[in-house]
Structure formats: structure tokens, C-alpha cells
Design a binder for this molecule. Structure first.
Ligand code: ADE
Length: 267
């Protein structure tokens, strides 16, 4: 995305939302509600206090509440995990503790039922399409896994959806939850506008972005590609399309094949 477009969107967004300096950490009637269940509640809202998501949070377009799973832990040490049946390394998060934490946020509201998402590297890969569907709903309940995993029974009993944000292992689901929330919140009405969501919904059948250039025309001995300064709009469009196709083919053959199968035409 170009800097100019981003700036224009920010100006448009500021005009819509005005100035808000207080971040709400309760639900206070916001229409899109996010609950996060975690043993590290201090990680929230974290970076979501900044930029568009932070302004939208302050404006009450969405709300975020982080609940400490340890509040439902057992015994003097408020334990949330135990050793795995069948042996093996690491600890497993207990189903009774997690279920109590889930109940404290899921059953408390009489409104629309929000999907329960478990962030885990073994989950279904997150897509823009799923993000858009979550943004179009009433909100989410995010359960952040830690340790070796989560007892399977609570995942099944609560019909949880397991989501991964990529084929790498984070030390827990918290950073994945922040990423999912950032992606969803920018699609909420009044945050970036309808244009953004329409644009991004086509991600699965579009090409990756072509390279961008701005002033100076020559920098550190590197000139901007000649076509871009030619003033020939048809040639510029064709150049950009060829670049986008090349980049997509090399970096994401899966996306490229979907693009070709969608029957999209060159400009
Ligand atoms: N927790 C640890 N790694 C993760 C990943 N890649 N996606 C979602 N949750 C995770």
C-alpha cells in the first residue's frame, strides 16, 4: 500500500473519529467485542492501543477485555496446567480451568454468540476471508495457548475453532491473538472504510503488490524504472501487472495458481 494512500485514509479516519484519548478495557456497549483469555493479560491491549486500532478502541468501535486464566486456577499456586496423560514433555492446560475462564466471558452476555478461537500452531491457517467473516460478526473470544497444548476435551466441548497465523512456533498464542485482532479491527465500519475490506476480500484471488517508488527519482545511484516516469499510463499499468505477476509466481505459487484459475485478465 502506498504511503500517500495510507495518509489519505488516516486523514479520512481522523475526521470520522475525532480525538479520543481514553482506551476502554471493558465492553461498555461497543458493538464488536473481543475477549482474550490468557495467563499474560498485561500483553493486552499492548500494540492495539496505537494507530487505527487504538483510536477505534478509544472511540468505542470495538472493545477488548483480557481475562487472566490464573484467576480460575486451582490451589494455592492457582495452577492452570498439569502433566500429560500418556507421558511426554511439557505441560497441558487443564480443561476444567479453561472451561471456567471461558464460561466467565462466553456465558455472561445474552447477545449474539461469539466464536471461540484457540490460537495454536496446529490450527487452520488464518486467511483474509476468515478475518473478514470474524469482523462481520459480533466479535470473538480468543483463547491463548501456552505450554505444550490444551486438553482436547475443552476444545471439543466448547466447539472451539483452532487457528494458526503461520507455520512457525511462537511461545504462546498472545502475539497471534494480537495479529488476528489487528487484522479484524481494521475492517470494522468506521475504522478504514468499506474500500479497505472490499480490496482485501479479493486477496485470495489477487496478485501481490508491485514495487513502489517515490522521490527522489535517483537515489544512491539507483534510478526509478523508466516506464514509471514515462507518463504512458497504459505502459505503467502493464509494467505494474507484469511485476506483480512475477513477484507472486516466485514468492507465492499457491496464490498465483488461484489467480490464474480465477480467470483474471491482464490490464
Ligand atoms: N501459538 C504458537 N504459535 C502459534 C502460531 N503460529 N499461530 C497461532 N498460535 C500460535
Amino acid at each position: 500500500m502506498s504511503t500517500l494512500r495510507e495518509d489519505a485514509r488516516l486523514r479520512e479516519h481522523d475526521a470520522v473519529m475525532g480525538e479520543h484519548d481514553e482506551i476502554k478495557c471493558a465492553h461498555d456497549g461497543a458493538s464488536w467485542r473481543a475477549d482474550v483469555l490468557t495467563i499474560f493479560p498485561a500483553m493486552f491491549p499492548g500494540p492495539l492501543c496505537e494507530s487505527l486500532a487504538g483510536k477505534a478502541l478509544a472511540a468505542g468501535i470495538w472493545s477488548l477485555k483480557a481475562t487472566d486464566i490464573r484467576d480460575f486456577g486451582l490451589g494455592r499456586h492457582r495452577s492452570v496446567d498439569d502433566t500429560p496423560f500418556g507421558g511426554g514433555a511439557g505441560m497441558v492446560m487443564r480443561p476444567d480451568v479453561l472451561d471456567a475462564a471461558i464460561a466467565s466471558v462466553a456465558d455472561a452476555h445474552d447477545g449474539a454468540k461469539r466464536p471461540l478461537v484457540v490460537l495454536t500452531p496446529r490450527g487452520v491457517p488464518l486467511t483474509q476471508k476468515r478475518v473478514a467473516a470474524l469482523a462481520a460478526g459480533p466479535g470473538v473470544i480468543l483463547l491463548c495457548g501456552r505450554f505444550e497444548g490444551i486438553d482436547q476435551r475443552v476444545i471439543e466441548a466448547r466447539s472451539a475453532e483452532e487457528i494458526s497465523i503461520g507455520d512457525y512456533v511462537l511461545s504462546g498464542g498472545e502475539i497471534a491473538a494480537l495479529a488476528l485482532l489487528d487484522a479484524a479491527v481494521r475492517l470494522l465500519p468506521g475504522v478504514m472504510g468499506a474500500a479497505a475490506s472490499a480490496e482485501e476480500e479479493s486477496f485470495a484471488t489477487a496478485l501481490l503488490e508491485y514495487p513502489h517508488y517515490t522521490r527522489p527519482a535517483v537515489w544512491a545511484g539507483r534510478a526509478v524504472p523508466e516506464t514509471l516516469t514515462s507518463g504512458n499510463h497504459q505502459a505503467i499499468a502493464a509494467w505494474r501487472h507484469a511485476q506483480a505477476a512475477d513477484i507472486t509466481k516466485n514468492r507465492r505459487p499457491d496464490l498465483y495458481n488461484q489467480y490464474v484459475a480465477s480467470g483474471a485478465q491482464a490490464p
